[in-house]
Structures are given as C-alpha cells and as structure tokens.
Design a protein around this ligand. Structure first.
Ligand SMILES: NC(=O)CC[C@H](N)C(=O)O
Length: 270
C-alpha cells in the first residue's frame, strides 16, 4: 500500500519570510525519497476555504512582517473553526514566526496596532522596535536526537505562554529574549520563531512531523532511514559554530568579570 499525505501550505505567497516555503520542499523531498505520495494544496486569500479540502494531514504556515500578518488576518480568522478542530484532533501543524504569533490571543505590532489573532492558544505577543535578530541554537523538547536545532530569528514580537516550549534557548533570543524558551508544542502543533528555513536544516524535525502525520492514519511507528550525511554535516557545522560562539561569549563574560574584580581591587588599594 502506498502511503499518502495531504499537506496544506497556507499563504505561501504572503507568509514566506526567509524562504519558509523550504519547509514544504523538505517535507516533499523526504516523503518522495521514501515512496510516500504527497498531495499539496495551497490555501491563501481568495482560494477555497480549508474546510472544503478535508482530509488534511499536515498544515504548514510561514512567517511574515506585521504588514503581511495584517493582510492574512481576516482570511485566517474565517478559517478559524477548521484550524481549531484540526489542531484539537491531533492534526500536525508547523507555524513559523508571524503565524506562530497569530495562533495566540493577541499580537500588538510595533506601532501599537492590534492584529486580530486566532485565539486558539493562550499565547500573548507584544512587539518592540528593538528586534531580536540572529542565528539561534536551541535544544528541542521533543526527545529527538540530535537535541540541537539551528535556525535564524528576526522578530520584534516578544511571546509569552505557559505551554511546553519547542526548545530551550542555548544561543539567541527565542520567544522573548528573557525566559530561555523558544516556540511552543501543543498536541501535534509546533510553533517556532526559527526561520532558516527550519526543516532542511533540521531533518529530524521534518521526520518528526512526517511520522506524526502518518501515525494519524496508518499503523506505523517509524520511518525508513534516509542517508542524511550532507544535512547532518551542514547542521553540525552551524551548531558547532554557534556552540563556539556561545563559549566565546561566556569566555568574554568571564574575562570581563575577572577584569571588573581586578579593577575593583585596584580601586580599593587607593
Ligand atoms: N519573521 C517574522 O515572521 C516576523 C513576525 C513579526 N512580524 C515580528 O516582527 O515579530
């Protein structure tokens, strides 16, 4: 029996910051390599509503600027009840950055405008003009090996919630730059600030999503392995670079601290 996945890519024409569409390409490829058929549908403003499509196995939504979030907001709200049912029936979702924010209760942009959100999760996001930008390294909370997940973040929004985060920030900012949490896990949904795009750089996360989507309709508990040498090499190169950066940061903090103590001692001598 040939397995199939029906994937909806929402607003790829509007929410595609830093090539988030690469997440779909990655899922497609990893399914193709395993002989899993992927039927993909685009849902955007003006296309038929997601309710009409039915039998969805995975939803992917990317990130966008505040302006782009404003553009999709009404259409997204029209699809609210379908997305709500889907998520609460263990549907697999990957929502990046702007769309992760929009799953929550409210998003107040940098100009103080409220962008209507889906209110599906108890998440709050407030924006600031001081953006949180840079490469990011986290440790995933999904019990997946390798633990590390690499990506790139650029957001004004600071997100707060009490759910399980997608990961623990090792280097970078994450949800809000304060609590060391990155993203969210809710049932089979992952929300994350990580662009990159996320999945090609972290194939273990792609396979986690594929496996969960397949588990919802087939009796399957693992995926055939793929030769990921190149992906692993690329991911490790970035992770190691970031770990080195983190160590350098810590070292420089340590030397600054040592210098402060030395200065203090000198000062006390006077
Ligand atoms: N990268 C993004 O998707 C940006 C999301 C949001 N507009 C913010 O700046 O916080």
């Amino acid at each position: 029996m040939k397995m199939e996945l029906n994937i909806i890519n929402m607003y790829p024409d509007i929410l595609n910051m830093y090539g988030d569409i690469g997440n779909l390409i990655c899922i497609n490829k990893r399914c193709e390599w395993r002989g899993i058929k992927v039927n993909q549908t685009i849902s955007t403003i003006g296309t038929k509503t997601v309710e009409d499509i039915g039998n969805i196995d995975m939803i992917l939504i990317g990130g966008g600027s505040d302006n782009q979030q404003n553009i999709v907001s009404k259409d997204l709200l029209d699809k609210r009840s379908m997305i709500d049912n889907y998520i609460n029936n263990d549907g697999v979702v990957l929502a990046i950055c702007g769309s992760y924010q929009m799953l929550g209760n409210d998003y107040c942009d940098a100009e103080g405008n409220d962008i209507p959100c889906l209110e599906l999760l108890d998440i709050k996001t407030e924006s600031s003009n001081e953006r949180l930008i840079g490469n990011i390294l986290i440790e995933n909370n999904l019990d997946l090996n390798p633990k590390s997940v690499v990506g790139f973040e650029n957001h004004g929004g600071r997100t707060y919630h009490n759910y399980e985060p997608f990961g623990k920030v090792k280097l970078g900012h994450g949800n809000n730059g304060k609590d060391n949490k990155e993203g969210v896990i809710y049932k089979n949904l992952i929300g994350s600030y990580l662009h990159g795009p996320l999945l090609p750089k972290n194939p273990h996360i792609a396979d986690y999503l594929i496996l969960n989507a397949l588990k919802n309709k087939y009796d399957i508990d693992s995926l055939p392995l793929i030769d990921d040498k190149i992906e692993i090499k690329a991911r490790n190169a970035m992770a190691n670079k970031l770990i080195k950066l983190q160590n350098d940061n810590e070292l420089s903090k340590y030397w600054k601290y040592k210098k402060k103590i030395k200065d203090l001692r000198e000062y006390k001598k006077h």
